[in-house]
Write a protein that binds this ligand. Sequence first.
Ligand SMILES: *Cc1c(COP(=O)(O)O)cnc(C)c1O
Length: 464
Amino acid sequence: MNKILENDLSQMDFILDKAKEQSIAYLNDLSNRSTSKGVKVDISNHLADDGIGTMKTLQYFNEKFEEIMVSASGPRYWGYVVGGSTPASIVGDWLTSIYDQCPFVIEGSGDTSAQIELETINMLLDLFNLPNDFIGGFVTGATVSNFTSLGVARQWIGKQYNKDFAKDGISESIKVFAATPHSSAVKSLSMLGMGSNNFTRIKVVEGNREAIDIDDLEQHIQQLNGQPFILIASGGTVNTVDFDDFKAIAELKKKYNFWWHIDAAFGAFAACSDEHKHLVEGWEFADSITIDCHKWLNVPYDSAVFFIKEKYKYLQVDTFQNSNAPYLGNPLDNFNYTNLLPENSRRLRALPVWFSLMAYGKTGYKDIVSNSIAMANHFGDFIENSKDFALLAPVRLNTVCFTLKNQEQDNATSVFLKKLNDTGKVFLTPTVYNGSKGIRASFVNFRTTIEDIEIVKELMVELV
Ligand SMILES: *Cc1c(COP(=O)(O)O)cnc(C)c1O
């Protein structure tokens, strides 16, 4: 064995202690650490002939990069939709690396960690109060979950024409309908060869909404004269967290032949709130659902799940099977994640989620979700009652989409946002909603408290 490597291995105890010390220092200081760093670092390092060992590398990392690590998992990082990491999920994540297993199959392989993944999937179905007629699996994020689900949708369309698109390529035009799809769902259409320009944008409900207009949808469906299509529904849009009407879509599904996909990357967590679970009512009739775990479930990146109706497992296998690898067994007989999703080897991504679900249970997540919603409402109230800011849409769940009232100065919103983000005390991201430049604050981190809202309110009043 290489001498440096051997030396590292012999002092694993000491090394992990140091990593732990550093981790604790970071976590304990999350609230004070800056949420943004504009600094540029010199990234001209080249690989040396001889390594320096883990301890010196840690020291070097600390000198060079530690300083620029922002408090992305802290309580005032409200940009995009960025969750934190619960203590249990950090343990699960660390142990994922320690055990370093690759979940493939249930039987016929030495590694049986896929069973942990399946148990975690079942627990997630419980959390979301979804029936167990879905097959679920872990992927890197909602983008890949959308990709996986829409890949099966594509195969389903082919099946309606007695074609196998996975084997023979796409030979029919594929109709896709959506009102306010997330960019990653549209990106998935390009990755899947269905064409990102080929989806038809259905009208939204009138009155400052982003949800699909069911009448307009039905008119578009009727124009297809029975041609099968894919509907990408939103379970929480990014700007205003609007939900398509799942009960109405479930009714349409009784009359028309289509694949129904729901992107509920973070909106799925409405199911954990008694006051908001009506927003997802009817979603159990969808053919596929995308949910992120690294957002509102508060586990570390990279983690999301897909749920696809088990009755379409054969189409899922058609799409993702590793057909030229006899050592992987018959894809339909033997449950093997390799035949059900894009990746082959992957980490045991389920473990951080398993730890967090075990540790906090349904009530823990109810509390996290209701806290985030309460924080969004507090912040939303402040915006609504302010003389300087205005809501661009009502606060529907966990996100506040707002703008500056005074737009006389060019780029007033962006200028203000830059000033605010430069304080390093809070991080928000810009958006455009209905043609207006706006700012989004998204609440999904379990650490955020009312004091955090107060800190940001004060700053905003001061800087505007
Ligand atoms: C965040 C998000 C995505 C993309 O998720 P990633 O985890 O970043 O790949 C897709 N859809 C919605 C609604 C989202 O909020």
